[in-house]
Design a protein around this ligand. Structure first.
Ligand code: CTP
Length: 132
């Protein structure tokens, strides 16, 4: 049994999120997703996500190839999460390329190409500018 783990905010869920989750799932038998908490996002970006963490988790959890979701409370705990969930593979988008190589001692680390031309930040900008 090969377990894959990935992390993200998954706010304003879009096709780039679907693509990376589908491809992550195809790399193993089980996919576990760490959903970053609202507080963690605020610390990182000085703004809260549009969808709260409970709703973001509900959306990701609703996908049929996700086995388990948990809240990622702190960026510093990745190693603990990987060990806790006994993950064999860590998947991240290639916007993070090289940034998680430190975990290669405990799991395989795979960076998948991002889906071009879509991001939550860009969607929020488009929606808020079309509002005016
Ligand atoms: N992702 C992707 N392709 C995209 C957007 C995101 O593969 N076009 C991946 C990211 O690389 C990450 C995961 O989806 O592994 C969750 O990304 P997240 O940061 O929640 O989404 P973004 O749309 O990148 O959000 P933002 O614009 O706020 O950074």
């Amino acid at each position: 049994m090969k377990t894959v783990i990935t992390f993200g905010t998954f706010d304003v869920f879009h096709v780039g999120h679907v693509n990376i989750l589908q491809r992550a799932a195809s790399l193993g038998d089980a996919l576990i997703v760490g959903i970053s908490t609202d507080e963690l996002n605020f610390c990182k970006k000085q703004r809260y996500p549009i969808y709260n963490q409970r709703d973001r988790m509900k959306i990701v959890n609703g996908m049929r190839y996700i086995n388990l979701c948990f809240f990622e409370e702190s960026l510093e705990q990745k190693r603990e999460y990987i060990l806790k969930y006994d993950a064999d593979v860590l998947v991240m988008g290639d916007d993070w390329k090289g940034r998680f190589d430190e975990f290669k001692d405990i799991c395989e680390v795979v960076y998948l190409e991002r889906t071009p031309s879509v991001s939550t930040t860009q969607l929020i900008e488009v929606i808020s500018s079309s509002d005016r």
